[in-house]
Design a protein. Structure first.
Length: 202
């Protein structure tokens, strides 16, 4: 029986430097994905500032129909689309004050430590959505989603959590764009370095 093929023989070893290039490519892809997630978070951040914050009324805390209508009009006109498929606004107790899915409004779910931290220490965060969680049941069937959340404030100064859900496909496309933008230059430089080192490594 033929034994397992080994790549340790001289003629079958990968060229020197190839593992380095492969490792760089993998790391570069991860960095590109992180940059794409950051871009998505910045987009949600802008929408929070220029759309949700101006539309937010104190009455949303008490379920005022007028406040709900004002937010709904703003979200449907300027937020929802191919890049964002769901919006939720939460109070600090975990009650959903607004969603473009009306059946969620008024439901209560425990906020995670990350969400509570965002309300206490204002910042914008992005995570892959856990679609197994009950509060995300209506997002199932949409594929992998990126959720971005940050605080906004009512006119009286009460913080609420503004959360958007975006298809991760958008992040994947942006990752490819970023990766192609710098991969050619950096990989060429690495390959040149490998060529220069070959007399030493071989």
């Amino acid at each position: 029986m033929m034994g397992r093929i080994s790549l340790t023989r001289r003629g079958l070893e990968p060229p020197p430097g190839v593992p380095l290039v492969q490792a760089f490519a993998a790391q570069g892809r991860r960095l590109a994905e992180a940059a794409a997630v950051t871009d998505a978070a910045k987009t949600a951040d802008v929408l929070a500032d220029v759309v949700a914050q101006p539309a937010l009324q104190d009455g949303l805390l008490t379920g005022s129909p007028a406040a709900l209508s004002a937010m709904d009009q703003a979200v449907r006109a300027h937020v929802l689309g191919r890049s964002i498929v769901r919006v939720k606004i939460w109070d600090p107790t975990g009650r959903i004050l607004y969603s473009d899915a009306p059946s969620l409004i008024g439901e209560r779910f425990p906020l995670g430590s990350a969400e509570r931290d965002v309300l206490t220490n204002p910042q914008t965060r992005a995570d892959v959505s856990d679609l197994t969680s009950p509060e995300n049941r209506l997002e199932r069937g949409r594929g992998k989603l990126l959720q971005v959340y940050r605080p906004i404030w009512t006119p009286a100064g009460n913080p609420v959590l503004f959360e958007t859900y975006a298809p991760y496909d958008e992040v994947t496309v942006r990752t490819g764009q970023i990766w192609r933008g710098f991969a050619g230059v950096t990989l060429t430089s690495l390959l040149l370095l490998v060529v220069l080192l070959m007399p030493i490594l071989w």
